[in-house]
Write a protein that binds this ligand. Structure first.
Ligand code: C5P
Length: 311
């Protein structure tokens, strides 16, 4: 390692998880993706991504959810950093460290969020000054959820999910996430959706106006009535126990619940902070789940943590 690298700044970015408040899935497109109309919300479960200059491209994963995450150049975070470098003609490898606390293959876009955070971190490290929109465009080539995780907040996602527009919301919503021990593959869940809908025409997807009104009002009870996920039936078909988990959460006082994205994490909406604590305790004390994590939304997209340090 050169002395310049020893003194190079380490940039740390917080990468939030997401939940899809509504996920409407349309027909399979010619490019292998489905047309979507989805409403994303970034929530306060975070991975942390740290980058610093290095002699070669490397990645290491730590944290409670590190198991099974590829620590090699196939990792979306490395591919995102290399795509940003290529777009700017940069030849400066980085070391990427990811502290992973977002469930893997859980339907919460942890891998996409790490990629979004890596774009923000490398942009700072290389002094590029890109806009969020420019980073989102690079991210869109690598994954449909990445543009949203660059922006964060609450947003509607069209196209295959990558065309994002912010949505007005009021207040804070309180969530409890019940993650499964074993993840579900996103392509497998979409393939199951295709199988379950093979005998009918799938219409072009639209997000509901009722959901937008509930978000504007900040009323969790109203929001609960508009949560919906067209992939839920497919996820339950592959993991029937998710149906029981949803029913249990509602019986323990959740205002609403749905499979998050392609699952298998189940997201429950609580009335308030205390309601979320009660629900998380009930879910774990009853043995329904081993872990129930509370989080609030909306939160910012991938964000720098404080002033980058030199060590
Ligand atoms: O874009 P992303 O990498 O997240 O997509 C992973 C897989 O999920 C795709 O290869 C595709 O099988 C499925 N997918 C889809 N339609 C979307 C988004 C994802 O069919 N809109």
């Amino acid at each position: 390692m050169t002395s310049a690298m020893l003194t190079s700044p380490a940039v740390t970015v917080r990468a939030p998880a997401k939940v899809n408040l509504e996920l409407r899935v349309g027909p399979l497109r010619a490019d292998g993706f489905h047309a979507l109309a989805t409403v994303y919300q970034a929530v306060s479960l975070f991975d942390e991504v740290t980058v610093r200059a290095s002699e070669e491209w490397t990645i290491a994963i730590t944290g409670t959810c590190a198991l099974g995450v590829p620590a090699d150049h196939t990792n979306l975070a490395v591919r995102a950093a290399q795509a940003l470098a290529a777009a700017h003609g940069i030849d400066e490898p980085v070391e990427i460290l990811i502290e992973k606390d977002i469930p893997v293959a859980g339907g919460m876009a942890g891998g996409s969020s790490d990629a979004a955070a890596t774009l923000v971190a490398c942009d700072w490290l290389w002094g590029l000054g890109s806009s969020r929109e420019e980073l989102a465009q690079i991210g869109a080539e690598l994954g449909s959820d990445i543009p949203f995780l660059v922006h964060g907040g609450t947003a509607i996602g069209l196209g295959r999910g990558e065309v994002v527009t912010p949505v007005l919301t009021r207040g804070t919503f309180h969530w409890v996430f019940a993650a499964a021990d074993v993840g579900l593959s996103t392509p497998a869940v979409y393939a199951e959706f295709d199988r379950l809908t093979a005998d009918r025409d799938v219409p072009e997807p639209t997000a509901s106006t009722g959901l937008m009104a509930a978000l504007r009002s900040g009323d969790a009870h109203a929001l609960a009535g508009h949560l919906g996920n067209d992939l839920q039936q497919a996820a339950i078909s592959l993991r029937p126990e998710l149906g029981d988990l949803l029913a249990d959460g509602l019986s323990y006082g959740a205002l609403g619940g749905l499979v998050s994205g392609s699952g298998p994490t189940v997201a429950f909406l609580a009335a308030d902070h205390e309601g979320a604590i009660d629900l998380a305790v009930a879910l774990t004390a009853s043995g329904t789940v081993t872990h129930a994590q509370r989080a609030t939304g909306p939160v910012h997209g991938a964000s720098l943590r404080g002033v980058p340090r030199v060590d």
